[in-house]
Design a protein around this ligand. Sequence first.
Ligand code: RAM
Length: 334
Amino acid sequence: MKLTKRFIAIAATALFVLQAGPAFSADKIKIAMVVKSLGNGFFDAAHEGGKEAAKELGDVDLIYTGPTSATAEAQIEVINSLVSQKVDALVISANDKDALVPIAKRAAQRGIKVISFDSGIAPAGRILQLNPSNSALIGAKLAEMAAEASGGSGDIAVLSATAQATNQNIWIGELKKALAKPEFSKLKLVATVYGDDQSDKSYREALGLLRSNPSLKVIIAPTTVGIVAAAKAVVDEKLVGKVFVTGLGLPSEMVGHVKSGAVKSFAIWNPIDLGYTATYLAHAAVKGTATGKEGEQIPVGRMGKVTMEANGEAAMAPPFTYNAGNVEKFAKIF
Ligand code: RAM
């Protein structure tokens, strides 16, 4: 009898502990950062920033996740499971702006605050979108760097990420607008190919560009995965000095290719700051202080304030350019 009573007491305690869940997260805000794909140094750096923000905010449990390949289908599966886990907020870099809207809406119906960063979800599926920089500025920067690398004229090609990537498609659109300006009239865009933000596919696509366009002067890769693969292809094909690679890259991954001469210059913003700011915005969305309304100002820790613009979008700083003079210094940071 005594034993039975004791057993019941122990069982009741165990049940209570199970229901209460792990003590460390019971009262914390669960923010899940869902990136395009795992194993990408750009997102690893954004994760670092996210962790920094979570630590500062003090009441955040940050989950970092994403699919193994950058597809919308795989990303939807990941998000589905986070919805079942009842996270408080989702911070998503989208593999497809439209395909993610239904799952994002379902999450919102369950009270989950959805924001996108880096690569946006269409407005119907998110509260706000944090752009790393002004998109027209990025397009113009890509055109300028291509002009500089080629000496101002010749055939150029784009090696992008996936064909559905919101951010790359916007930047390529802006690049085309820039190329239509008189100062770039001698640059001819001959092809656009997609490496899906996979190193091996990007490398094969770059080789394809080099082999099918013998007079190619520049490959523009507006993706940190593609730019590394394209530079390697130029080196392997012994085309350094004849074909130049430019685009968006991480100094830590590009330093060797700047030294080899395959790359004269490239640009990027700080991915740590991007992940940091996005995490602050997700926290503010949960607290109800970020609603995406135009003109709204949201404090974001050491980054100051984010000001919401039209369509629930906000933009951070202009891209920074790297070359032989500064790449080594920044390679230590990201
Ligand atoms: C890749 C991803 C990411 C993009 C950077 C520049 O890492 O496609 O979305 O912002 O490149």
